[in-house]
Design a protein around this ligand. Structure first.
Ligand SMILES: Nc1ncnc2c1ncn2[C@@H]1O[C@H](COP(=O)(O)OP(=O)(O)OP(=O)(O)O)[C@@H](O)[C@H]1O
Ligand SMILES: [Mg+2]
Length: 506
């Protein structure tokens, strides 16, 4: 053992001596030149080429570095006993990363790529306005020289797209609102945001299954349609007009669309916006992959042209430049100096400005489609008009499944028949029906019976004229004020039902 250490010490001594000797003989310039030459010779004979992707490019953050990190974090081949874990701001999930000087092998179109994550200490702080981190981090990509073109033309683009997709999936989606009108905050942003956590999905949405699958297919085509829109020279955007009575699921559908596509929502409050240029500024500050919503467009504002309206007083012209709805203005010149015009809004949705950014969906909702200006409804302006109707039989089955966990085959055939017979004439909204189901959800059988009762009552009322309904309701009210127990209340409801059926027979 002693001999071993003695020989080791001699070798070390010789090594140190030769190093000092070489340093004295060869000046640093010569050494540097020979190392360079050696590298060149090695590279000449090597069949690989290398790309360094550093975290900081000069003084700016290198987007490609972050994208590679995110992309590799999703790689199934990440192994090793030490991985770095991160959770970004506004994100609900964790991402893995390669720790210092770890390697990973990736495969792209049959080509192998070796990735190494390097971390070295930064030598000296160069002067910069922004303090640089102490460590210099980066990735080295090693590939065979013959695949260099493929990698540069498509692999890096693929990584960027994939990273964006992962980022979107990991990040909470946001709901934006323009509560300050069109004015900007300290960061020059007109929108305020909160995390968007609405649980509505297409599974929970009660509507005609055929219409639902048509809409889902349309949304999917839109989201996958980058090439199509490019080929046809159209701006990558789509418009949906949702109309129907209150409580039929228009807002729930918007949430379901956002959850399905993973888009953010911009809820545009038109009454807060004063001018067309404010509207344009708001549009410019929306991001791609988003849904821009204007709810209750018929009554949110009366779009009037300032010049024309001042000469014509309160008279509304039906020309596109004048108004959007016919309901009395909540904005308007006389009510706070609002001067958005319909043409301003149309420019916002389908003019030149609408294509700053891409992959955006516009959704307008209204309870009164007949009050909208024809300019808004004309073909091609809103790509799809979706009528959200009163609850249909198919929609009812979805609600029964969601609220009570009852599948169609679990229900009594007779009961189903009765529900099917009465549902259309009852004209109850999914919101009304879900209220009845929620109230009685602990007792499924009772819930269905109560619902049948409610549907029958509503159907009867619908078949009577208004005076008769008022009369019957007055009678029922008198009875309920004098009754005290649940049993008596039920008798009272029965009385109303009987009265209704008497009326119908008459
Ligand atoms: N089609 C539906 N499917 C499932 N739930 C629904 C549906 N329609 C309404 N609801 C229920 O009723 C509530 C109100 O619905 P929602 O706000 O979507 O209606 P709306 O059509 O937007 O009404 P409004 O015209 O008044 O804005 C929702 O919280 C949801 O629980
Ligand atoms: Mg709504």
């Amino acid at each position: 053992m002693m001999e071993f250490w003695t020989s080791m010490a001699s070798i070390m001594g010789i090594f140190a001596f030769s190093q000092t000797f070489l340093h004295t003989i060869f000046p640093p310039e010569l050494r540097f030149a020979s190392i360079k030459l050696l590298n060149k010779i090695c590279n000449w004979f090597s069949s690989y080429c290398y790309f360094d992707i550093t975290e900081i490019d000069g003084v700016n953050t290198n987007e490609l570095y972050n994208a590679v990190q995110l992309y590799l974090s999703s790689s199934a081949s990440i192994t090793g006993t030490r991985l770095s874990l991160t959770r970004a701001l506004n994100s609900s999930s964790f991402t893995f990363g390669l720790s210092n000087n770890d390697c990973i092998i990736d495969n792209f179109n049959g080509v192998t790529a070796w990735w190494e994550h390097f971390v070295t200490q930064r030598q000296s702080q160069t002067f910069s306005w922004r303090p640089l981190p102490d460590e210099k981090r980066g990735f080295t990509l090693k590939i065979e020289k013959k695949h260099k073109n493929l990698i540069l033309s498509s692999y890096l683009d693929f990584i960027m797209d994939k990273a964006n997709e992962i980022r979107r999936k990991n990040q909470d989606r946001l709901l934006y609102t323009n509560s300050r009108g069109g004015s900007l905050d300290s960061r020059g942003h007109p929108w305020e945001s909160v995390p968007f956590k609405h649980p509505s999905t297409f599974d929970t949405l009660a509507m005609d299954p055929v219409k639902k699958s048509e809409l889902i297919a349309d949304l999917k085509d839109f989201a996958d349609g980058k090439m199509f829109y490019q080929k046809t020279g159209r701006a990558w955007k789509r418009g949906y007009l949702l109309y129907g009575p209150p409580g039929t699921g228009k807002s729930s559908m918007i949430a379901a669309m956002a959850n399905y596509l993973g888009y953010d929502i911009y809820d545009l409050e038109l009454t807060e916006v004063n001018t067309n240029s404010e509207l344009r500024k708001l549009l410019m500050k929306t991001t791609s992959k988003s849904i821009i919503v204007i709810e209750d467009i018929d009554c949110s504002i009366s779009l009037s042209n300032r010049k024309k309206s001042s000469t014509r007083g309160a008279h509304y012209d039906a020309s596109p430049d004048m108004r959007i709805g016919g309901i009395s203005p909540m904005g308007g010149d006389e009510h706070g100096g609002n001067s958005i015009t319909l043409s301003g809004l149309l420019n916002f949705t389908d003019g030149l400005w609408s294509c700053c950014g891409s992959e955006r969906i516009f959704v307008f909702t209204t309870n009164h489609i007949e009050k909208l200006d024809p300019a808004l409804l004309r073909c091609g302006r809103m790509d799809m008009h979706i009528f959200m109707s009163f609850c249909s039989y198919q929609a009812l089955l979805i609600l029964l499944k969601n609220y009570l966990g009852l599948e169609k085959h679990e229900l009594d055939v007779e009961l189903l028949k009765k529900l099917e017979n009465v549902i259309d004439s009852a004209q109850m909204t999914p919101a009304d029906i879900s209220e009845v189901l929620i109230k009685n959800r602990r007792d499924k059988h009772k819930a269905v019976l109560e619902l049948l009762g409610a549907l029958k009552t509503r159907a009867m009322k619908n078949s009577m004229n208004v005076e008769d309904v008022e009369e019957q309701e007055k009678r029922a009210l008198e009875m309920t004020t004098t009754t005290t127990t649940e049993e008596e209340e039920a008798t009272c409801n029965d009385a109303l039902l009987d009265a209704c059926s008497d009326q119908e027979k008459k």
